[in-house]
Design a protein around this ligand. Structure first.
Ligand code: 1Q0
Length: 211
């Protein structure tokens, strides 16, 4: 099981995300998402429409990072500055920059809020809690408001296919239930901090509604 998904890997990536002066490294941000996607893939093909979208967004950011202007994409902060200074972002409607780094990362950022809510409710759940209910509550409180009716329907259907709480703790591959809960308790503040720093940066630059 050593090379398969582990909650610990997710935690490590989000830990590595923050620089000393609290900038968010895109490299580790997308590695964290890659881990999560590999977890989601192990849950079955009902989730593939979600993982395809996530992978394509991860790929867009990776291409920027590896591209000729890659140095500007080291952190979310440097990306925002670079893309805004050079008018590389469609601010009000989709135009000549439909796949800017800023709008692409915003989609993952919104999904991070879902993750934060979902993991928090898993952490505090009891034996008879249902993962599908926790997942859809987290979704309704976050991502859903940004999704069309048809995507909300499809997401709702996919949530019904989630494994139960026990199986879920099992696939997280981080030891006993108690150990998973402890690890979640360590991971959540990190995820929250990365989320909040990004949220504040986007709010300050009026980027929270990018088309
Ligand atoms: C395990 C269950 C996963 C449930 C994930 C909830 C999110 C549902 C999202 C469904 C929508 C996906 C279809 C495409 C949507 C796009 O239209 C939308 C907007 O993009 P755009 O270009 O059209 O403007 N895209 C998004 O909103 C991005 C969605 C990314 C979702 C990434 C989800 C990755 C999930 C990882 C599984 C985590 C498992 C949790 C437990 C892990 C334990 C550490």
């Amino acid at each position: 099981m050593a090379d398969s998904f582990s909650l610990r890997n997710v935690l490590e990536n989000f830990k590595s995300c923050l620089s000393d002066n609290k900038e968010v490294y895109i490299k580790y941000y997308i590695s964290g998402w890659r881990e999560l996607v590999s977890f989601m893939n192990s849950l079955g093909s009902v989730f593939s429409f979600i993982s395809k979208d996530a992978v394509s967004k991860i790929q867009i950011l990776e291409n920027f990072l590896m591209g000729e202007n890659g140095t500007h994409y080291l952190t979310v902060q440097s990306m925002v500055k670079y893309e805004l200074d050079n008018e590389l972002v469609d601010l009000t409607k989709r135009g000549s920059h439909p796949e800017s780094g800023c709008r692409t990362l915003l989609r993952l950022h919104r999904a991070l809020r879902w993750l934060q809510l979902f993991l928090e409710s898993l952490r505090t759940s009891t034996e008879d809690s249902k993962t599908s209910v926790m997942c859809s509550e987290a979704y309704n409180a976050s991502l859903a408001q940004h999704h069309s009716w048809i995507i909300r329907k499809a997401a709702g259907l996919a949530f019904c296919a989630l494994p139960g709480r026990d199986a879920f703790f099992e696939v997280m591959n981080a030891g006993s239930h108690q150990e998973v809960i402890t690890l979640l308790g360590e991971a959540l503040p990190l995820i929250s901090e990365v989320y909040q720093i990004t949220e504040d940066l986007y709010a300050k630059n009026k980027l929270l509604d990018l088309p």
